[in-house]
Design a protein around this ligand. Structure first.
Ligand code: BEZ
Length: 212
C-alpha cells in the first residue's frame, strides 16, 4: 500500500554516493526531502539535481536534509555527479541512493509500472522532524520539478506546524496567512496581535506571525 500523509516515513539502510546510510539516522532531528529521478546521465535529472545543489544554502537555513535516489549504481552516481557539477556550476553535497535492488523505490512506491517498469518516476517526499510524511508529489519523467516550490511548501509546513494558521493559494514567505477555521474570531483577535482581517466569518487573514 502506498504511503499517506501522516504516515511514518519507513526507515531503510542504503548504499549512497557518500557511503551506507540509515535513513532515520541521516535525518536526525532535521526535516527531510527524499526524491527519486528516473536515471543518471539524463538531461532533466541533471538539471534537477543541479538546482537542488544550488539551493543547498536555502535547505540548510530551513534545517532540511536532502537525499536523492535512482536505481543506478554508486559508481554511476559518482561519475554523473562530476557532470552535474560541471554543467550546472555547482557542487552536489547531498547523497544519492544507489537503489539497484529497488528496495527503497518499492518501499516508497516510486516505480509506476504503467509509466515505466524499470525506472523510478519523479517522486518527492517531505518528512518532518517527527519522521512523518508531510507532503508527496509525483511528476512524470518529462517534467522537471520546481525546487523553489518545494522551498515554499517547506516554509508553509514549518510555519503552520507552529502557529494556528494556514497559507493561501500562491502564498510566499512574508505574505498574510489565513487563521485556521478551528479558532473563533474573538480568540483569533487575542492570539494574533498584528490584527485579523475578516473577509467572511470563515475567511480571516493575519500578517505572518513569525515575521517582524
Ligand atoms: C531526463 O531526466 O531527462 C529524462 C529521464 C527519463 C525520461 C525522459 C527524460
Amino acid at each position: 500500500m502506498s504511503l499517506r500523509l501522516g504516515d511514518i516515513a519507513p526507515n531503510f539502510k542504503a548504499k549512497t554516493s557518500i557511503g551506507e546510510i540509515d535513513f532515520h539516522e541521516y535525518l536526525g532531528n532535521s526535516w527531510g526531502i527524499l526524491f527519486s529521478h528516473p536515471a543518471d546521465f539524463t538531461p532533466v535529472c541533471t538539471t534537477e539535481l543541479g538546482k537542488t545543489a544550488l539551493l543547498s544554502g536555502e535547505f540548510e537555513k530551513r534545517n532540511v536534509k536532502v537525499l536523492a535516489l535512482s536505481v543506478d549504481s554508486v559508481e554511476s552516481h559518482s561519475k554523473w555527479i562530476g557532470d552535474i557539477n560541471e554543467t550546472q556550476h555547482t557542487t552536489v553535497n547531498f547523497p544519492i541512493i544507489a537503489d539497484e535492488s529497488k528496495e527503497v523505490a518499492n518501499l516508497y512506491d516510486m516505480i509506476h509500472p504503467n509509466a515505466s517498469e524499470t525506472f523510478t518516476v519523479r517522486s518527492l517526499f517531505i518528512i518532518g522532524p517527527d519522521k512523518k510524511v508531510k507532503l508527496f508529489i509525483t511528476y512524470p519523467a518529462s517534467t522537471g520539478r520546481n525546487f523553489n516550490e518545494i522551498l515554499r511548501v517547506i516554509d508553509s509546513l514549518q510555519l503552520t506546524a507552529n502557529y494556528s494558521v494556514a497559507t493561501p493559494a500562491n502564498w510566499e514567505d512574508g505574505q498574510d496567512v489565513i487563521v485556521v477555521p478551528a479558532i473563533k474570531t474573538e480568540d483569533a483577535i487575542a492570539k494574533f496581535p498584528k490584527g485579523v482581517t475578516i473577509v467572511k466569518p470563515y475567511l480571516r487573514y493575519t500578517p505572518q506571525p513569525n515575521k517582524d
